[in-house]
Design a protein around this ligand. Structure first.
Ligand code: SF4
Length: 430
C-alpha cells in the first residue's frame, strides 16, 4: 500500500527458529513484511521463567524476541534458552562487549550494540569479527538518552555544553539530532572499514515528533534496514499513542522494516499492538479475528463492553483465519457499520440477533449471546477451512430488524413518534 524505501536485507534466525527477513529492495532482494519484535521483561538468568516468557511472546505473534544480558550469568543461560525456544533471539548488549562475544558463542541469532556505551574501536571490532564468523547480524541501536558520552568526563562536558547552549536558542531537537547522526556515522564507519554489512539501525527517542524527524534523517543517509521504536514510551495508556503516532507517521512514508513498541507493562501487549498496527496499515496480512465493535452510547441495552472483551479473549485463540466479526450495540448505526462482516451480532433490549454473512441465524437472550456467537464463528471457520464458503464472500446489506417488539430500541420508535423527538433542557438559574 505504501511504497517502502528500499533497504539492504538482513536475516535473523536459522532452520530451527525459521528465518525472519528484515528489509529488502536493494541488491535484488524483495522487501520482507515489516516484522514485530519485543523484549522479555524478566531476568534472562532465570532460565525456566525466561523460556516461558519467550514462548508466550512467540505464541502472541512476536517474530523476534530480545533478551537483556547484563551479566555473565545471563549469557551463560542462553544455550538452554536457545535450545528450548523456537523464535529468533537477540542479545541486548550494553557497556560490556564481552557479553556480546559470549552471546555469539552461545549461538544467539543477533546482537544489539549501543554506540552510546560501547565505543572502543577494538571492542567493536571484536564483536564484528565474532558476528561475521557466526554469520549473524548486529543492530546498531542509538537511544536519545544514552547518546551523550558517559565515561569520558571531558567529552561529556563538551557534548552536554553544546547541547544546552543550542537548547537556549530553541535548537534542542536540531542539535540533538545532529549529535545522534554524527555518532551514528562515526560508528557505522567502523562496520564499513571492517567490511561488515549485516547491520540494522535504530534511533529511538521518547518524543514521537523527534522520533519521526530522526528516522527520516537516518533513512536518507543509510541503506541499512531500520528498526523503529519509541523508547521509554511509558505505560500502555500513553505509550500506545506515542508509539503509534511515531511509527504510523514513518511507516506511511515507507520508512521502517521492523518495529518494537515498548510499554512499561506486559510485553505481550507490545506484540499485540505492533501486529494490530501492521494490520491496520495493511502492511501485513491479518492472522486471526478482525473485531469491529461499537463504542456504545445512550441507546445501549446490554453489557456490550463485557461482551466485546469476552468475544476477543475467547476468539483470539480459537479463530486462526482473518474473519471479520462485528459486535454492535443496537440496530441504529450497527448494520451499516457492520456491513461486510462475516459474523455480526446486534444487541439490544437484553437480546442479540446474530448474522452470518448477512443471513440472520439466531435471536437469543443476552445471557446466550456470547456462547452462540462463538459457536457461529467456529462453525463458520470450519466451513471456510473446508472450502465450503469464503471469507468476505458475501458483502450483503444487513437489513436491520424491526426494533419494536424485537429489540425495543432504535430509529423506528423515533420515526413512529413513540419517543419524543427533542427535549428542551431547563438549566437551573437561567
Ligand atoms: S451501534 Fe448503536 S449502541 Fe453502538 S454506538 Fe452505534 S448507535 Fe450507539
Amino acid at each position: 500500500m505504501f511504497e517502502r524505501k528500499p533497504t539492504r536485507q538482513i536475516r535473523v534466525g536459522n532452520e530451527k527458529t525459521g528465518v525472519v527477513l528484515i528489509g529488502g529492495g536493494l541488491d535484488g532482494t524483495t522487501p520482507a513484511p515489516v516484522s514485530v519484535q519485543t523484549m522479555t521483561a524478566g531476568y534472562t538468568y532465570e532460565i525456566d521463567r525466561c523460556i516461558a516468557e519467550i514462548n508466550r511472546l512467540a505464541a502472541a505473534g512476536a517474530d523476534i524476541v530480545r533478551v537483556a544480558v547484563p551479566e555473565r550469568k545471563d549469557t551463560a543461560a542462553l544455550r538452554d534458552i536457545l535450545d528450548q525456544t523456537s523464535v529468533p533471539i537477540v542479545a541486548d548488549v550494553h557497556f560490556h562487549f564481552k557479553r556480546a562475544l559470549e552471546a555469539v558463542e552461545a549461538g544467539v541469532h543477533k546482537i544489539r550494540l549501543n554506540p552510546g556505551n560501547i565505543q572502543d574501536r577494538d571492542q567493536v571490532n571484536a564483536v564484528i569479527d565474532a558476528c561475521k564468523d557466526a554469520k549473524i547480524p548486529i543492530r546498531v541501536g542509538v537511544n536519545e538518552g544514552s547518546i551523550i558520552e558517559r565515561k569520558d568526563k571531558e567529552k561529556r562536558k563538551q557534548e552536554l555544553g553544546a547541547y544546552f547552549e543550542k537548547n537556549l536558542i530553541g535548537g534542542k531537537q536540531a542539535h540533538l539530532l545532529g549529535l545522534i547522526i554524527a555518532k551514528l556515522e562515526e560508528y557505522m564507519d567502523i562496520f564499513r572499514e571492517r567490511d561488515f554489512a549485516d547491520v540494522s539501525i535504530s534511533c529511538k527517542s521518547m518524543d514521537a515528533a523527534f522520533t519521526i524527524a530522526a528516522y527520516q534523517e537516518v533513512s536518507k543517509r543509510f541503506d541499512e534496514p531500520l528498526h523503529l521504536g519509541v523508547t521509554h514510551a511509558g505505560p500502555r495508556e500513553t505509550g500506545a499513542i506515542r508509539s503509534i503516532a511515531a511509527l504510523s507517521g514513518l511507516l506511511t512514508q515507507g520508512i521502517g522494516d521492523t518495529v518494537r513498541i515498548s510499554y512499561a507493562s506486559d510485553p505481550v501487549y507490545e506484540v499485540e499492538d505492533g501486529l494490530e498496527l501492521m494490520y491496520s496499515l495493511g502492511l501485513r496480512e491479518r492472522a486471526g479475528i478482525d473485531l469491529i465493535a461499537c463504542p456504545t452510547c445512550g441507546r445501549i441495552q446490554v453489557d456490550l463492553f463485557t461482551l466485546v472483551q469476552n468475544v476477543r479473549a475467547k476468539l483470539a485463540s480459537e479463530i486462526t483465519i482473518p474473519m471479520k466479526v462485528a459486535v454492535m450495540g443496537c440496530v441504529v448505526n450497527g448494520p451499516g457499520e457492520a456491513e461486510g462482516a462475516d459474523v455480526a451480532v446486534f444487541a439490544g433490549d437484553k437480546k442479540g440477533i446474530i448474522y452470518v454473512q448477512g443471513e440472520r441465524v439466531a435471536n437469543v437472550p443476552e445471557s446466550e449471546i456470547l456462547d452462540r456467537l462463538l459457536d457461529e464463528c467456529t462453525a463458520f471457520q470450519r466451513k471456510v477451512l473446508a472450502g465450503e464458503v469464503k471469507l468476505g464472500e458475501k458483502v450483503v446489506e444487513i437489513v436491520p430488524p424491526d426494533p419494536i417488539g424485537e429489540l425495543g430500541s432504535g430509529f423506528e420508535k423515533i420515526a413512529r413518534g413513540d419517543v419524543e423527538k427533542s427535549t428542551s433542557l431547563t438549566i437551573k438559574g437561567n
